[in-house]
Design a protein around this ligand. Sequence first.
Ligand code: GLA
Length: 739
Amino acid sequence: MKQQVLLYCFLAFYLLLGQSATPVLAQSIVTIPIESKDYALVLQTDSDQRLGITHFGKRLNNAAEYAGIKAMYKRDDNNVGINNNAYTPSGTWSLVEPALQIIHADGNTSTELRYVSHRKEVLANQVTQTSVVLRDPVYATEVTLYFKVYPQNNVFEQWTEIKNAEKGNIRLGKYASANLYFMGSDYYLRHYHGTWAGEMKPEETRLPFGIHTLDSKLGARANLFQPPTFMLSFDQPATENTGKVLLANLAWSGNFKIDFEMDPYHNLRLIAGINPHASEYHLAAGQSFKTPALIYAYGENGIGEVSRNLHSWARNFRILDGNGSRLTLLNNWEATYFDFDEKKLVGLFAGAKKLGVDLFLLDDGWFGNKYPRNGDVAGLGDWQENVKKLPHGIGYLVEEATKAGVKFGIWVEPEMVNPKSELYEKHPDWVIRQPERPEHYYRNQLVLDLSNPEVQDFVFGILDKLFTQNPNIAFIKWDCNAVIYNAHSAYLEKQKMPQTHLYVDYVNGLYSVLERLRKKYPIVPMMLCSGGGGRVDYGSLKYFTEFWVSDNTDPLERIFQQWEYSYYYPAITHCAHITDWSKVGIKFRTDVAMMGKMGYDIVVDQLKPEELEFSQQAIKNYQSISDMIWHGDLYRLVSPWQNPIASSMFVSPQKDRAIVFNYVVSNRYENSFSTAPIKLQGLDPQKKYRLSELNLFPGTRSSINTTAVYSGDFLMTVGFNPNLSLRRTSVLMEVAEVK
Ligand code: GLA
């Protein structure tokens, strides 16, 4: 009632002043605009000092007018509480999905949050950070909401800190990172499902009333079936160049839960964070809990722009060495699997050199003696070189690789263990398992208990020893192949800590190892792998330079997978290898791998002479265009989902060069797959360009006239026809400015 009176007073006042005047609000109402270059998230207190979200969308020219937004909506409802709460507590007036659930020190389950204060800081690079302190009027619990804004990229990073200022332990039942509220007419969610070798399968859902949830309870390798990554379109599904759209990722490499709840006003509540499943977290008096961040990029001009902004943010602020270069490599996994020895490997180094890549990457199978790692059934955890396969150790391999003229990198899977290993025999208490129950394996292995500092030391020690003994190791592939079954920690039990901390402490333990590693070895490139793309997020990419998209290296499949990943992660992070997984010609395989961070997984000596010649030239071509792929702007031109062809292009920041990838993605017969030109994007309409074809297979000729000159205007309005056909299933074109 009090609320309504206040609202009417405000409305009368506002109308008196006229709509164009700056509205004046009662003293107690606090409005907090959180603005990026083009957009704003607006928080406002109500008369009870509860904090709500009143706006998410375009920013206003006059910030003073944000205060008047709420009065334009009629959505107060005594029965259901206030749906737009900026961090919804539970146990009192709010009956919707909460962001926060606390059992207080005295056992009480009710929480109420009131605005206390806020602060805005300007950090380096125009980044701003707004923090808002909320407190329970009855209990001393304090919640601080953080909003970090990267204004140029229209990217928001949001997390929460919960402080126990009570006298005894409190228990957190739910502790979301972010609680957002959107006002729209309809919401379309693009979310993903998948499995091993089938990552990032999209599904677009028009969100229904009720709650739609994305979640994982897998512990490690948490994204195997579903990643914490999504695209939300407002009003209607966004296209590349039209529509309001938000691209988001929860920066957390463990269990997550993301709820989309439509309220009775058709507004959408988004609550994202660590999955509360089996994860009640206890805080002793004085302790705080910091949630991971939800990262989101927003825009109203289609997916392409938002995605480019997110890429640019990721390269500048998140991915390790995001603006640097990457190493091309030859990996032996698909070439040898576990079947290799020193001699065979040294032979492969010569192949790497012949091919022209920068580095040789030794994969799984190099370790274990009592239980040699000759298959995935034994040896994991025993990180000593297998003396039979590698009698002279890793040091010798590094030396031989250097002699052959390539760098050397190595595979590890340090978080896991085979029960058939010395590690397991010595330290069964380091393994996540229910002591009273039969063990259950995923890929014949179990997960080490990273909540235990001793295990953290062990995992750090594996890498530290490799680097200390072989300072020239130039690359690490960090794998993680199992989910957590039978979640139980002997360490937490010994410490008399709750078992429900395990899922959270596991991930924080992993991050603390990676933090320590990066302090000591800040620049060594590291590939994030998880039996393919089973653990990719912006929490882990802080420590990694790139990630393994999928074990599925079929180029046709990769076009689709890389397309979906490309919305969220820049191409510099997409490890894409040319392998023998598919029997499609090497040109097609190579052209697809070039769209990401290119590598090989083949036996070079088995290439036919013309295939070798083609590949050697392709690597040179890649070197000449990789700057655009790694640091340029991506434009998705033709989607493989709706068309028999796919096309994407990368444009240099100066718009003087671009590279266009075109593929046929259908097996059906068509006279031509290029009945119409493909409209290019991102060029300068005033500039003149010439087009040429790259990666021609020896003996073939291009149908593209390299002497013709086109304006950027022509190429973007009319387009260009790459002449795709069943004989030209992949066409890679370079666009170069004519000065
Ligand atoms: C996982 C990785 C592969 C390879 C194998 C080795 O499946 O995704 O690339 O490293 O492990 O066992």
